[in-house]
Design a protein. Sequence first.
Lengths: 398, 398
Amino acid sequence: MYVFSDRINRLKPNVIRESLKLMGDPSNISLAGGNPSKESFEYDTIQEIASELLAGKPGVLLQYGITEGWDPLREAYIKHILEPKGMKAGLDNILITTGGSQGLFAALSVFLNEGDTVLIEAPTYLGTLMMLNYLGINCVSVEMDEDGMITDDLEEKIKQHNPKALYTIPTFQNPTGYTLSLERRKKVAELAGQYGFIVIEDDPYCDLRYKGEPLPTIKSFDESGNVVMLNSMSKIIAPGIRVGVAFAEAEIISKLTVAKQCIDLHTPTLSQAICAEYLNRGLLPGHLERTTPMYRAQLDTMLDAFAKYFPAGIEHSKPEGGLFVWVKLPGDMDINEIFKKAVEAHVLFVQGAPFFYDESLAGSTLRLNFSASPPDQIDLGMQRLGKVITEAFEKKGS
Amino acid sequence: MYVFSDRINRLKPNVIRESLKLMGDPSNISLAGGNPSKESFEYDTIQEIASELLAGKPGVLLQYGITEGWDPLREAYIKHILEPKGMKAGLDNILITTGGSQGLFAALSVFLNEGDTVLIEAPTYLGTLMMLNYLGINCVSVEMDEDGMITDDLEEKIKQHNPKALYTIPTFQNPTGYTLSLERRKKVAELAGQYGFIVIEDDPYCDLRYKGEPLPTIKSFDESGNVVMLNSMSKIIAPGIRVGVAFAEAEIISKLTVAKQCIDLHTPTLSQAICAEYLNRGLLPGHLERTTPMYRAQLDTMLDAFAKYFPAGIEHSKPEGGLFVWVKLPGDMDINEIFKKAVEAHVLFVQGAPFFYDESLAGSTLRLNFSASPPDQIDLGMQRLGKVITEAFEKKGS
């Protein structure tokens, strides 16, 4: 009946949102979502902070604020997140966004015209694919291995397609859990300067490291000023408060700010003030110390379950952090059939296809989440899934 | 150095944001902004609500939420805002947005392609002009008088331009303070059905009525399903929490929801829960009872000041609510010169031109805000401004 815009007509329904309905059923074990554990939230602290902030009756918390963001949060982000990682920034390099994904939408909007080409990882975050589709962007997929994007393939694609931008999730990537190696990080920054394209470095999981040593961001090697780094408080404080950060050259930040003015004027001030206070009280290191062993146990339970419950030879990623493990089944296994059987067995996952711009590259892949369930639930879920996959595997062999 | 997208290159700097810097100087009296009074905020109540909500340790407040919005808020909005106004809606007619302006951005994005034509009031909200520009929309201005948009001119323009949509602020319009009459409201709804275009009814000021009788919304007369009504909690609870609402047919809401998924996933849950609780405790009527006499005194002080301090024959609007009064000076008066002199005299206002798509229609107009200052400050500001305008008026005559 209604005539909608081309941009909205291009979009397909989000497959994860569909399975959200199944996730609501408590008899199902969900390895499908991407939520941080609710056990990770610092309820008492957040309540105390919110209450104290509002008790001061500061009109500024309830009044309109500036689009750039609440100054104390921008300062706290620089001091408590960037500087400990050896990065330097001024206030005019920082924009607060309503969640990390808004920074992404703004960055894509500010640089890309309809029909422009963007390089992406194959697979990649499906929210990004949705935005790229919405904006009418031509996507070219770069191949990945356990060390993230393969930079030889990247350079090849740059030469072939002269992209306007590259989108990458370098650390504990969604959906694969892969992490871009140090050498490749340097190479990406170098290529951005050499070929003159924008790198959108989406790094919401970088602080969720349960093993191994932290790696510097691509932005750390940015000599051309072409890297826009996006960060989020969703996985390290709480997603419901919707606070993200964009870090880039001042000229880029000023354009992102204008885009954000169109999108929502500014991020809720109370959310921003809670984050600022949380960071300024020095609570983040303690929070990570508390949550890291919890998430490590959940990750290890999932990784151990492959040997216990899955047929030999099933490939999967072995991330050192983040939220996700990526599974590759033999290509002749029917993932849709396995999904159906898994739902019947009360275990949920997300199929690989929606994470690919070119779905024909998906093969028989799936994404598993280990952050949202305790170890016993993960073990039980993996047992159920392992049974479904073993049966399909045996049927195929027979 | 950077190559930005066409949409961002089309935008001009926002003139109000520029004068925000001058507003920071306490020696200046600002009649320039559009903020609700900080005296209007219910600090204690909001603190109490936030604290109680968080004390219950509800994981849902801090976890990812659904894009459509927090169910209790959607229900509370229907019960406490729509139903008392005689409007009926189901949950699937309601989308919660991050501030009212995000609903606007989403609605424009969902219906309009680059190059489409939209009818707007002349003058209109400059944030909307910015968004229309960002989206590359062709705007056609409809004439206004004290009773809002002139519907004869509207129908003429519809026939001439076959618009995809009409954007209107029917009640206490920004910047004029004009209110669309009952007959014209019916006519707009009728024309939308007859000619098949979308009406975006932006109504953030409707509850700020200090005199006269409330009018039904255009949406109340919507038989075609073509009216999208946008509302905001910014002026009746607080803008800093950034909560708005879109109310439309379910098919439209589902598209707006997909657009919002691209823009920011969801509005912060704590902000939504505070609003829901505020409405469910039945606090809105008492709040309006308390703030109405305060705003009425501010409005009357401003209206009285024209007779006291301004030359005879200066035209201005006489709104019964809202935040703004619109002033038309004789066309041969130099508004830029008056703005400069006013800044020297430590009183700030916004020039009319940026509120017009076609700035040549602006003449010598200006917008005054009466919501953000107490009566004594308004009187003093108007005295200063009256002196500047009287001097310019006399100089012109001499």
